[in-house]
Write a protein that binds this ligand. Structure first.
Ligand code: ATP
Length: 275
């Protein structure tokens, strides 16, 4: 399904990497003095550049809030976040990251190609988008996510999985250094989700993008992640930052191995402790 075009240099997985996101003693409180709610408390974790980190935890433990803090969409009450050495606000202004949500939110009147190109027409990217090399080629991106030949289709002519592929291609068009993904495949059927999991791993290995991926699925977290960040609730805090010791490249067949079953059993135990 995927093209072979190299869009960005690979980040070797074996060499020590710089830190992409450094989170230190992060706390987030919502509400006011009379009705305060602590969503995250004293969260510290380092995400290496080029890493694929999945986030798991019980509902309401603060996974989306943590992602939104990195994206400068939520006010930090205490602690700090640094994104490639800069504040989340600076990182947002220089478009260091892109977001992919559960709903692809494509513009229904624009075809696939024009949806992928959309970020080049808004904000400061609009002025620069004619400069060669600043952005990925939308045709190459569409080939990479398996949508070559569907450039002229409208969103309503696509399946849910295809729409999410378009959303991923659109997120990669500005060559973000970090991809923040909040349950991007949560609404898809299992077979489609499996295929997109495999494709996302290939996209990650081709682009070298750092990925932070929120999911409710233990197998998905184990299959995709080099590390799983497990959060517990009330208040949201780190339970464990676990290395997934399974080699890359991974295909779906890895899920039948004893090693994979061991990883998912461990994650299930951790998750039960968090409830
Ligand atoms: N803007 C907000 N104002 C008040 N409370 C909020 C706000 N955003 C999130 N919360 C609360 O913070 C807590 C963490 O929410 P968050 O969405 O981050 O959890 P989550 O782990 O992603 O949940 P889920 O797995 O159900 O999607 C929840 O109790 C939620 O109600």
């Amino acid at each position: 399904m995927l093209g072979t075009a190299k869009l960005m240099p690979n980040v070797p997985l074996t060499e020590p990497a710089a830190t992409a996101v450094s989170i230190r003693n992060l706390s987030v409180r919502f509400g006011d003095r009379n009705n305060e709610f602590t969503a995250l408390s004293d969260v510290s974790v380092d995400i290496p550049e080029g890493a694929f980190v999945t986030m798991l935890g019980p509902s309401g433990c603060g996974k989306s809030t943590l992602l939104r803090c990195v994206a400068d969409l939520v006010h930090i009450s205490e602690g700090s976040i640094s994104v490639f050495g800069r504040s989340p606000q600076e990182a947002r202004q220089s478009r260091d990251f892109a977001f992919v949500f559960q709903d692809a939110t494509l513009l229904p009147w624009r075809n696939v190609l024009d949806n992928v190109r959309l970020p080049l027409e808004v904000g400061k990217h609009a002025q620069k988008h004619t400069m060669p090399g600043n952005y990925a080629d939308p045709h190459e991106l569409l080939a990479m996510v398996g949508l070559k030949g569907r450039e002229n289709s409208l969103p309503h002519e696509l399946s849910g999985g295809m729409r999410q592929r378009v959303a991923i291609a659109r997120a990669l068009i500005t060559r973000p250094r970090i991809l923040l993904m909040d349950e991007p495949f949560g609404a898809l059927d299992e077979i489609t989700r499996d295929r997109l999991n495999e494709e996302l791993l290939r996209v990650w290995q081709e682009t070298g993008t750092t990925i932070l991926f929120v999911t409710h699925s233990i197998p998905e977290a184990a299959f995709l992640g080099q590390n799983v960040l497990m959060l517990q609730a009330h208040p949201g805090r780190v339970k464990e930052f676990m290395k997934v010791d399974l080699p890359f490249p991974r295909s779906l067949a890895v899920r039948d191995t004893v090693e994979f079953i061991g990883v998912t059993a461990h994650l299930r135990r951790l998750l039960e402790e968090c409830l």
